[in-house]
Design a protein around this ligand. Structure first.
Ligand SMILES: [Zn+2]
Ligand SMILES: [Zn+2]
Length: 387
C-alpha cells in the first residue's frame, strides 16, 4: 500500500466531497440529504450499510483476513449559523452552516473508507465507519441506544476533529481527560409574589437567586480543588414582569463542566447549596439536571498510537499536549462503551483565515489539511489492525 500516492490520487474527490457537504449543511437529526449521500458512497464501495436512527449511517467493511474490529466515527450535522465566509462553495441553505467543520470529517472518513475498500483483501479484521447524527445536541447516546455499537461490537473506536485552536501541521491530544463533561441545569426558585411596597409580606425569589449565584462563586473559589478544572456558568436568569410587582418565581439555567471524574459530587454539592440557600430565604425550588455529554477520557495506549502516527504523517514533535478543554464532545459516550481515542487535527493559520473560533460564521478549514487527516486515519487503522 503506497499510502501517500493513493491519497494524492483520491484528493480531488476528497475536496469535491468536502465542498459538496459544505454547500449543503443540515441541522442535527435533519441531515437527510447528507445521510443519503454517505449511504450512496458507502454502498458504491461494496460495504454492508445500515441506518441507525433516521439519519445515522453505518458502513461495515469486512477484511479478507481475521482480526480485530475498529470503528471510526465522523459527525455529520451543521449549526444554525448564517455563513459569512464568502467561499465559492458557501452554504446554500440560509441560516445553516458547517461552522464546526463536520463537513471535513465526513469527506475524510469517506475517503479513508474508499482507500481501505480498495485494499479489502489485505485487511486483517473489520472496519466500522460510523457517521453520527446530531453531535451538537448529544446524538451519540441516541445512536448507542439504537444499537450503533452492536453487530459488530468494535474492540476500539477512534474519532478526530479539525481544530482551530491548534496550528495547522500539528495534532492536539492528551492521554486521559481531553474534553470536559457537561451537564445542564434548570433551577426554578419559588417565592411568594405580591406588592413591591410591601416586601415583608412577600418572598422575593430574585433575592434568593442572587444568593444562589453567590454560593456558586464560593463553591468554585473556596471548595473546588483548583487542580480539578470545573466551571459553573449561568446563561439564563429570568424573573418578573413589572417594577412594583414581586414575582412568584425565578428561573435560572446554566451548565456545570468538569475536566475530571468527580462530576457527580460537584452536582450533588451544587444541589445541597441551592437547598440550603432556598431554605434560608424561605423559598422552595425545582432542580433538573440533564447530561449534555460525559467526560472524554482517552485510552493511554491508543493515545500513544496516535502520537506515533503523527510522527509518521506530520513529522517529529508536532504534538500539542496543552489542548485539554472545557468544551464538550459527545464522542465521550462511545468511550464509555468501548476503549478509544479522540484527537484534534490542527487547522489554524492566520494568513489563510483558518483560525476563527468553532461555531463562528467565518469558520473555515484549509483544504491542505484534509489529505493529512486521511493519512492519519489510514495510518492508525494499519497500526491498530497490524498490516
Ligand atoms: Zn461544534
Ligand atoms: Zn464539532
Amino acid at each position: 500500500m503506497d499510502l501517500k500516492r493513493e491519497i494524492a490520487e483520491l484528493t480531488p474527490n476528497l475536496i469535491a466531497l468536502r465542498r459538496d457537504f459544505h454547500a449543503h449543511p443540515e441541522i442535527g437529526t435533519q441531515e437527510f440529504r447528507t445521510a443519503q449521500k454517505i449511504e450512496d458512497e458507502l454502498k458504491s464501495l461494496g460495504m454492508d450499510v445500515r441506518r441507525c436512527l433516521p439519519t445515522g449511517v453505518i458502513g461495515v467493511l469486512k477484511g479478507g483476513k481475521p482480526g480485530k474490529t475498529l470503528c471510526l466515527r465522523s459527525d455529520i450535522d451543521a449549526l444554525p449559523v448564517q455563513e459569512e465566509t464568502g467561499l465559492p462553495f458557501a452554504s446554500e441553505n440560509p441560516g445553516v452552516m458547517h461552522a464546526c467543520g463536520h463537513d471535513n470529517h465526513m469527506a475524510c472518513l469517506l475517503t479513508t473508507a474508499r482507500l481501505m475498500a480498495n485494499h479489502r483483501d489485505e485487511i486483517p479484521g473489520t472496519l466500522v465507519f460510523l457517521f453520527q447524527t446530531n453531535e451538537e445536541d448529544a446524538g451519540a447516546q441516541d445512536m448507542i441506544d439504537a444499537g450503533a455499537l452492536d453487530d459488530p461490537r468494535p474492540d476500539a473506536i477512534m474519532g478526530m476533529h479539525v481544530w482551530s485552536y491548534t496550528k495547522e501541521g500539528w495534532i492536539g491530544i492528551v492521554p486521559g481527560a481531553l474534553m470536559a463533561s457537561s451537564w445542564y441545569f434548570k433551577l426554578t426558585i419559588h417565592g411568594k409574589g405580591g406588592h413591591g411596597g410591601s416586601p415583608h409580606s412577600c418572598i422575593n425569589p430574585i433575592d434568593c437567586a442572587m444568593h444562589v449565584l453567590q454560593a456558586f462563586q464560593t463553591f468554585h473559589t473556596l471548595e473546588m480543588d483548583a487542580k480539578k478544572p470545573t466551571t459553573v456558568t449561568v446563561g439564563k436568569l429570568q424573573a418578573g414582569e413589572f417594577n412594583i410587582v414581586v414575582p412568584d418565581d425565578c428561573l435560572m439555567e446554566g451548565s456545570i463542566r468538569c475536566l475530571h471524574n468527580d462530576d457527580a459530587a460537584v452536582r450533588e454539592r451544587i444541589r445541597e447549596m441551592i437547598d440550603g440557600v432556598c431554605k434560608t430565604y424561605r423559598c422552595t425550588y425545582d432542580l433538573e439536571y440533564k447530561c449534555g455529554n460525559s467526560l472524554l477520557d482517552n485510552d493511554p495506549e491508543l493515545t500513544k498510537m496516535v502520537i506515533e502516527a503523527s510522527e509518521e504523517v506530520l513529522g517529529p514533535d508536532r504534538v500539542d499536549d496543552s489542548v485539554a478543554t472545557m468544551i464538550g464532545e459527545d464522542f465521550a459516550e462511545f468511550l464509555k462503551v468501548v476503549p478509544g481515542v479522540f484527537f484534534f487535527m490542527g487547522i489554524a493559520d492566520h494568513d489563510k483565515g483558518t483560525d476563527y473560533e468553532h461555531h463562528n460564521c467565518r469558520f473555515n478549514a484549509p483544504e491542505t489539511v484534509l489529505p493529512k487527516a486521511v493519512e492519519m486515519q489510514c495510518t492508525l487503522i494499519r497500526k491498530y489492525l497490524g498490516f
